[in-house]
Design a protein around this ligand. Structure first.
Ligand code: NCD
Length: 307
């Protein structure tokens, strides 16, 4: 039962609970009438202290498709945070109005803190460079829909593995599935942080680290590309030096397996050339759509309209 539960990081739900969400998301996709209006009268607080397109709009679309309503802000400059209000007080207040809260915040740990003060379930829509568990739901559902299951695969994570919260959450989640090999492809400055590699080592997950995408692309079943996270850099020069470390193009796709799946949480900047979009292996826009279905499943579950 997910009713009333917070979702701060992927480990908060068991594999069975995740599986239940994916099955529900698939049912919602197959049967658009199912759960329509099930959340009538319910309110979702949408608190975005950082920019977003897909996460915020897919949550809002999910809530509206379930018959509920959203209230909140997409820019904290228009909230009392701009007057110096603490996050704890903002969340306590919004929980008086809303049945659940979805929050994105630039500070690592912000969602966990919010969950301690909120009278309503809190969903982490990204806390700084730490975690992004609902993107992981999106990614795991995409892998399941495209490849059949999340286990038994070699997945490459490429780009900014230091600041990219989506890769932290996805690697952590995949460490619970059987026979997953991970290949971390990044410049030395942007390697996967020790709190993730330590977790993988502890779970007996096999991973390798390299700087060379061409050398490993032919071994991958899934390639998860990421943007270099400009907003988390301390200085612009480092960002400029590192931003184009990897550009996936037609030539590199030619070195990959015929059935490799390319995922990207989006937004992309330069790391995937637009010429790759027409390749049937490019799945990132399908992935964005799965994100809405799985967020519908999540909201319906934590709001208690399905078991
Ligand atoms: C990601 C994020 O916000 O971490 N975007 C998203 O939610 N789909 C990835 C990114 O911004 O690079």
């Amino acid at each position: 039962m997910l009713t009333g539960r917070h979702f701060i990081e992927p480990d908060d739900f068991t594999l069975e609970e995740l599986d239940g969400l994916f099955s529900l998301a698939e049912k919602i996709e197959r049967e658009p009438e199912y759960l329509r209006d099930s959340c009538r009268g319910k309110l979702l607080g949408v608190l975005f202290f950082e920019p977003s397109t897909r996460t915020r709009l897919s949550f809002e679309a999910a809530m509206l498709r379930l018959g509920g309503t959203c209230l909140g802000f997409a820019d904290s400059a228009s909230s009392s945070a701009a007057k110096g209000e603490s996050l704890a007080d903002t969340v306590r207040t919004v929980a008086c109005y809303a049945d659940a809260i979805v929050m994105r915040n630039p500070k690592e740990g912000a969602a966990l803190l919010a969950s301690r003060y909120s009278g309503a379930p809190v969903v982490n829509a990204g806390d700084g460079g730490h975690h992004h568990p609902t993107q992981t739901l999106t990614d795991l559902l995409s892998i399941r829909r495209i490849r059949g299951a999340a286990g038994n695969l070699t997945i490459g994570f490429c780009g900014d593995l230091t600041f990219g919260r989506t890769v932290h959450s996805l690697a952590k989640a995949l460490s619970r599935y059987p026979h997953v090999e991970m290949v971390f492809i990044s410049p030395p400055e942007l390697k996967m942080p020790p709190y993730i590699t330590g977790r993988l080592a502890g779970a007996g997950v096999s991973y390798t680290e390299t700087g060379n995408l061409e050398a490993v692309i032919g071994t991958l079943d899934v390639l998860y590309m990421t943007r270099v996270q400009r907003e988390r850099f301390f200085n612009e020069e480092d960002y400029i030096r590192l931003k184009d470390s990897y550009i996936l193009n037609r030539e590199k796709m030619g070195m990959a397996k015929k059935d490799m799946t390319v995922l990207h949480p989006l937004p992309r900047v330069n790391e995937i050339a637009p010429e790759v979009d027409a390749d049937p292996r490019a799945a990132y826009f399908r992935q964005a759509k799965y994100g809405m279905y799985v967020r519908m499943a999540l909201l319906a579950s934590i709001l208690g309209v399905v078991c």
